[in-house]
Design a binder for this molecule. Sequence first.
Ligand SMILES: Nc1ncnc2c1ncn2[C@@H]1O[C@H](COP(=O)(O)OP(=O)(O)OP(=O)(O)O)[C@@H](O)[C@H]1O
Ligand SMILES: [Mg+2]
Length: 1057
Amino acid sequence: MTLLPMPAEEDFVTHFPLKSYLATLKNPNVRAASGMSADQLLQAQRYQFVTILGRSSVENFETILDHLLAWDLLNWEEYETVKLSRHLFSSSRNLLDVIICKGTRACELFIVVLKNIFHSSQLSGLLLMNYNPPEETDKSTATSLASQTLQKRRPDLVRKLHGRTAAVLALLHGCGHFSKYECDEIQLPIYTPSQQARKLLDLTKGKGDDAAHVLLEYIESEPGPIKLVLDNACIKYQEKLSSTLAAQSRFLTNYAGTENMCLEDVYVNCILEITNTTSESGCLRSLIGLEDIFGPDGVLNKDADVVLIIGEAGSGKSTSLQQMQQLWATKQAFQEFTFVFAFSCRRLNFIDTEVSLRMLLFEHCCWPDDHQDEVFQYILDHPEEIMFMLDGFDELKFQFTDEERHCSPTKPTTALNLIFNLLQGNLMKSTKKVMTSRPSAVTAMLRKYLQKEITLKGFSREGIEAFIKKCHSNTSNAEHILYFVEANSAVHGLCHVPFFCWIVSNCHEQLMQNSGDFTQTMTDIYLLILDHFLLHFTHNSQGVNEILQSQIATILHLSKLAMDGLISCNYVFSAAHLQEAQISKEDISLGFLVHSHSFSRAWTANKNKNYEFLHITIQCFFAALYITISDNVGESTLYSLFKSREKGTSSCMMSAACIESFPFSCLQSNVEPERRRKTMLQEAEKSNLQITANFVSGLLSGRHRNLIQKFSGIPKQSKKYKLVKNYLAKGIEKHFLSIPPAVGEEKKSMHALPEFVWWIKCIYEMQDNDLAKQAVSNLEVDHLKLTYCGIGPVECTALAYVLKHLKNPMGLQLDYNSVGDIGIEQLLPCLINCQSIYLRANNISDRGASKLVDQALGCCNLQKIALFHNNLTDASAQNFAKLLKHKKNFIALRLGNNHLTAAGAKILAEGLKQNNSIQFLGLWGNKVGDAGASAIAAALENNTSLLWLSLVGNNIGSEGARALALMLKKNTILEELCLQENNLIDEDIEHFIEGLQNNSSLKVLKLSNNKITKKGMEFIVTALKHNTTITSIWLGRNQMTAMEIEEMTRAERRLTF
Ligand SMILES: Nc1ncnc2c1ncn2[C@@H]1O[C@H](COP(=O)(O)OP(=O)(O)OP(=O)(O)O)[C@@H](O)[C@H]1O
Ligand SMILES: [Mg+2]
């Protein structure tokens, strides 16, 4: 992952204490009196300037440079140096240095330029004065040479040349000023139209006055760049594209077989999460809405323009893109884009002839009825107005590569190569691309070209409720289903995945008949949908088993088609495929296969006869049915399905040769199918194979074995069951064996690989307690780390099912997943075996915390809880106070970066008073303020256990400081007190000094980022002369100069800056 260099520490200017200075400036009277010059303003707000420029676009930055060149504020050497830097943040820093060195007037003009280019809302965080622009020189009297005029009028010329470089180059080439090579070089599609215009200006200037004359004359004689006729053609095309997309996205395709469901009627917002590396508090994650995905948050690579939405199967990726299409086409959002082109990667696999970008857009997306050339030229000239949507990147037949460069928008190549070059920006640089994928297909090579990654995490608890209510207009029905779902925690966990929620909502009748206890696994849910469709189809009231048996031929046909598709990475089936798999019209009408919609002209000609399973996971389910019921499937196929792919390729990595030598039709023959299947399984798409393996485990489970046996008629399943059980036990064992032994005194810790979670899920699907016991019998670690492993409620259920059998308790680290309140409920059964549980950044609210605490009270092993960066409020304080009061062996509570205020802190302090085991208490980044800090301080006066207390960033001022200092006088145990990022001043330090005089336990006091000046420092230096316990006092980023810092460091080595 490329991380952008952010505004650095040196951007905070030490001799202009920024916060207090700006605070003074915010008062208009003081501001007027302050009379700061422009260069002083620039220096004092350097950090903000760097942030605004660095987060802006390359285009904005280059436009600023155009103005600075035109006003002679930059010479060519400076211009090149500033532009050279790879990242906008470093370029911005360089630019500020150059401008500040040039004095006050240069800084004034720089501010004038910024105000011209940025919208006032973007500059709202800055304090800026008004300055006059440079005086205009009268054009008629100007005597400058044509080449100088190019520079003086640079911003205006860049605008006028936008989209017209081809015409000007043709002219200059015709007059002999430019070679063919130079013309091609300027027009390389990696440059945006404005960059092409700048290149043209720069080269023309170098060619001398004659060439410059030709260019200027052309500009004077030509009208504006967009002709009326083109406008009309574009508007017409836009209308056609909107109505096409509106129609395409109106209905949810997977409902086609049984009902027609309008997206608008059922759409519910999913959880979308970004990682914000630019946050002041480090790498934090936050939630965003679908309409904000192109916003500035979470940008990792400014030079790239691909926004990737990743999510597990059925989490709602395709639906989210469909919603975006609908919002654009119905003019509800994304109106900054003139054209939106949407592609399904699954269907792109089907384009087997070479195509150019133009063909891809016009023939496979939407055809412009007239003025095709002009429309296409408009698209090329206005990349920033174009959005591409690419759904299901994991479904492409080949893995991403950047080896074959293709820059021409009109030259044909393979569709995949076009897509790969679009993503890299070799084609249509500066267009916005939004792409979805399952996580396993995202390789390091692809990550180089991603602007940001957004994780789609399915429905929240409220989302599940909203969805069920939308699906059932009868309120009492909806309430009834909801009540049932919430009462069955495994089902509730599954509903977090929208596709599962849809099944549950659809099959509620069977579900309730079966009673909740029976429905616990993913396989149970998919068997429900199978029943549901069959019942719907046969319209009779036979028992489920009877119906399944009567439809066995259909199920076999569908499952064979699914299996053959799975191993050849094929998710769209032509009429020929269906015929070969003996799929009849009746089979289709069952509802599992739906039309593969496409607006491609080529496909329309083919009468749209292609089909796909209503969801890929349904295809995986049918493939699993094939594996379990078909007598053709032997040991080696099963082995290939369950073998570890940790080191293998992540997405479908078939080589062309492999696909050609095993065409789909070949799979239908009986020639050594087992051997061929085994070979192809090794190449097939990992994530779908893993889902299929989950279903195979489920179908072979004791609960479903009878049913499967009835299908196949042969009692072979017990052999398959034994084989699979063996693979799973061995797989887990191998994983454990790979854990390195603990070093010295350290705890033995295991960072689970993603496959660990998959194996655990397979074991859960099997619902075999013996296997679960066996799986963890050899797990001898003190700490199991599962950070960033995509763990949601479904995974929590499986984890708890297996970990509850652990022999020895251990630490469970689940930081940076999406456990949520529902996941917490799932984890409760295994809490008994946890010494510590770490749940940083997991979207947990008071509800989840309350369940966790209730369970923790009965778990004698559990001693540490970390809930940093969740959504906890004061409502949780009562629970934690209860935990502190009753749990006499509790050691660590970390609640940093939540929403606790003084009220919460006071309640917590009550618990603290009654506890003498807690050693670590973290409240960083809450809002406890003076009152909260005072309550905690009072609670700690006689405490005999707490070693470490963090109240960083809690808005604490003098009152809180005094209480904490008083506490230090009496407390005899606290070793480290963290008070960075508060409002402490010199007088507060005096109190601390007093406190420290009587204290003989505190070793580290952290006071960085407060408002302490040299005077406060001097108090500390004097006090430290009589204190030998303190080992270090942190004082960085307070209000003192570099010289003062040096002086103090010399006087007292224990001060850390
Ligand atoms: N936001 C949503 N609102 C309502 N229903 C949704 C939503 N997202 C998903 N669904 C339901 O779940 C089904 C599956 O979702 P979708 O096809 O978008 O998953 P996906 O993430 O694209 O899966 P895959 O990885 O297999 O492509 C949808 O057809 C719809 O029924
Ligand atoms: Mg999808």
